[in-house]
Write a new protein. Sequence first.
Length: 269
Amino acid sequence: MPNDPDQDRPGEKILISPRYLAASLPADHQQLLDIFAEETAWSAHTDASSLTVTSPCRRITIRHDEAAVGRGPHMVITARTDEEAAERWRADIGGFVPIECVARLLGTLAGELATDPDHVVYGIGAEPGLLELYVDADSWTHFDDFGLSGFISHDGHAAVVSRPVDSSAPPIHGDTSVTWHLAASPEDVGHLWDISFTDKTPPLLLHAVAAETLDPRPTLRSTSFPFPAAVAPLVTIERLSSPSRRPTAQPPHGGPPRSTEPKRAPKTR
């Protein structure tokens, strides 16, 4: 797809499925973070290899480090009760995470922080118990074994995994505080991307990213948007014949209109 001359046609749209393989380059993540800072009025600081964006309340930071690409998470979101306090919760983003997932995470974080900052930072008002997710049984299989639970795609390329802090399973990334892990690792490609959330991360952030990953509908994108060549043989691309609305400054992160009704009964964890 990167070598497709049609990719350079301005305004042309395509549908990519499955959406968890609609990979994006780490450079796209940094560009999105740049736009995010401008649109939300969060403060931004750059140095030789990194971009750090900080919320107006100074309790949430988002750091993108180019030097970390390929060696671990290159985007890290951290919440603290104040600037000098210890980390309360963290989200790590590594690899070619679809830009739609990153945009959904940042947008949900900014919106909720503006509405209810205590919920985001302290978890005040968060409902304890299970996280409810609507899952298409035609695309995902539920599992619950060896101290882990969640869903794995039927093609085996992606998974949404929950590991409670008291689980007997080995820690994810060697970190016992990581309680949710979303990843894509196609056999023919190897590790493609992953997002990890530590304990005390607000459930709405987990839900936003998990729902984006589990959604069986294809992702809508412009053909001018970069796409890693290694993933192209694993996805189905459908070109849209009718023109779409003019693109905005923010990289596309939506899909076809969402139905208000779940396709399958909810699975919970």
